[in-house]
Structure formats: C-alpha cells, structure tokens
Design a protein around this ligand. Structure first.
Ligand SMILES: [Zn+2]
Length: 240
C-alpha cells in the first residue's frame, strides 16, 4: 500500500530539481524559504511540482543581511504562498541581532493574521518570546519547528492549538526523544530541515521515515497509525 509521508519543514529550494522530483513522489513537503530569492524559487517550485506547501519569509539569521525593503518584496508573494516561514526569533545562535529579529518577526506575525496564513517558526532559546508574540496577535495556526524547548511549555502550546515538529535528528538527539514522549500525538509533525548536516547525519526529506519509526515506537502505535495522525495534523495546520 502506498501512503503519503509528510515533512513539515525543509529548505527545498536548496536541492536540485531532480532530487525534488524524487522527494515529492512520496512526501508532501512544507517548503520554507530564507530570504526573497529563495521565497521566489519556492513559489516557482510549488507551481512545477505536486505535493509542495510553499512558505515564504526571511530567516532570523538573515535579518542583518537584508534591508526592510526585502519585506515588501516577500509580501508580494503572499497571495501565492500557503504559509509564512522560516521566520522567528533566535537567542541561541544569533543573540546579537535580537532586536532586529523582533522588528522583522512583528511584521510576519501581522501578515499571518491579516492574510490568514500559518507560521513555520524557528525559535531556539526564544520559544516563550515567540509564543507571547503570536498570542498577542491572535495567530491561530503556528508550527514550532525542530522543537527542543522546555518540556513544560509543550502542554501550553497544545492548549493554544499549536504544533511542534520533531526532527529526524531524533535518531541521535535525546532531547527530541524526550519531546516525543511528552507531546500529545495531535500536535506532532515530522521534519527533516534538509539539507542540513547534524552531528554527522545528512538530513533530507526521506529521513522522516526513520523519525516516524522511532516516534511510533515511543508512542506504542504502528507506523501507519502515526502517519495517519501526522497527516491530519499537517492538513489542519496548512489548511489543505
Ligand atoms: Zn530550517
């Protein structure tokens, strides 16, 4: 039996077209962007291939490299996008640009509300800052990608109807295993964040299969049942 798999966060624009064609045959992919050019490419990819949910945005690591005018260019793509990302706040890797990150993220949060689009969020060590901003703006579809935040924040995120994605790094990352144990199934998505090198593993969309196997085992359910739940979570988040 052929079942559709789901990757809630991948930088698809960084892959060659031949690889993309191969991935989307079996995996529905939420494709995130890092800046205006990659947002443009992500939209084009979604017009050329099935099974792509295009997300446009400016990554928090890039806010010091682009001008505010780049926001206006990205905003013009929103009518073709199904999601805003990768956007967010990062106190762990780029704390020095935090104030400018807030300025950009404020704009993305207001777009999410005004255009009724979900947010695909990056928030290392800024999980609660992000939560407060999306709550204040009353955004109701939010994904906290590669969630490795406090375990005691998970239930609160779920109470608001928010989602987390567990990265395929769960193979070797103990924190992800702890998150999988703690999080109720109805808020869980899987992701690769590909292409990305993490402690010797090359993260790419097909690795969501390994993540599914590990999480199904942790939850004590079959892999098929896990994909069933992930499929409905994915559809609710992205309004498919
Ligand atoms: Zn990413």
């Amino acid at each position: 039996m052929h079942i559709m798999l789901y990757d809630a966060h991948t930088h698809l624009h960084e892959f060659l077209d031949s690889r993309i064609a191969e991935f989307v045959r079996e995996i529905m992919i939420a494709a995130v962007s890092d800046d205006y050019p990659s947002s443009r490419r992500t939209i084009d990819l979604s017009n050329n291939y099935e099974n792509i949910v295009p997300c446009v945005g400016i990554h928090p690591w890039n806010v010091d490299k682009v001008g505010l005018d780049e926001l206006r260019q990205v905003e013009k793509l929103l009518s073709e996008a199904k999601c805003i990302g990768e956007v967010g706040l990062d106190r762990r890797f780029v704390p020095q640009t935090f104030n400018r990150q807030v300025e950009f993220f404020q704009t993305f949060v207001s777009w999410a509300r005004d255009y009724d689009l979900p947010l695909n969020i990056h928030a290392p060590d800024a999980w609660r800052d992000v939560l407060e901003m999306v709550r204040r703006a009353d955004v109701d579809r939010v994904l906290f990608h590669w969630y490795t935040g406090p375990l005691n924040l998970i239930q609160e995120l779920r109470d608001y109807g928010y989602y987390i994605s567990i990265n395929a790094a769960i193979k070797i990352q103990e924190k992800s295993k702890a998150v999988a144990k703690e999080a109720p199934l109805d808020m869980i998505l899987l992701e690769s964040d590909g292409p990305y090198e993490y402690r010797g593993i090359t993260l790419e969309p097909p690795m969501v299969k390994d993540a599914a196997r590990i999480i199904a085992e942790i939850k004590g359910i079959s892999v098929e049942d896990l994909w069933d739940v992930v499929s409905s979570n994915f559809s609710r988040l992205f309004n498919l």
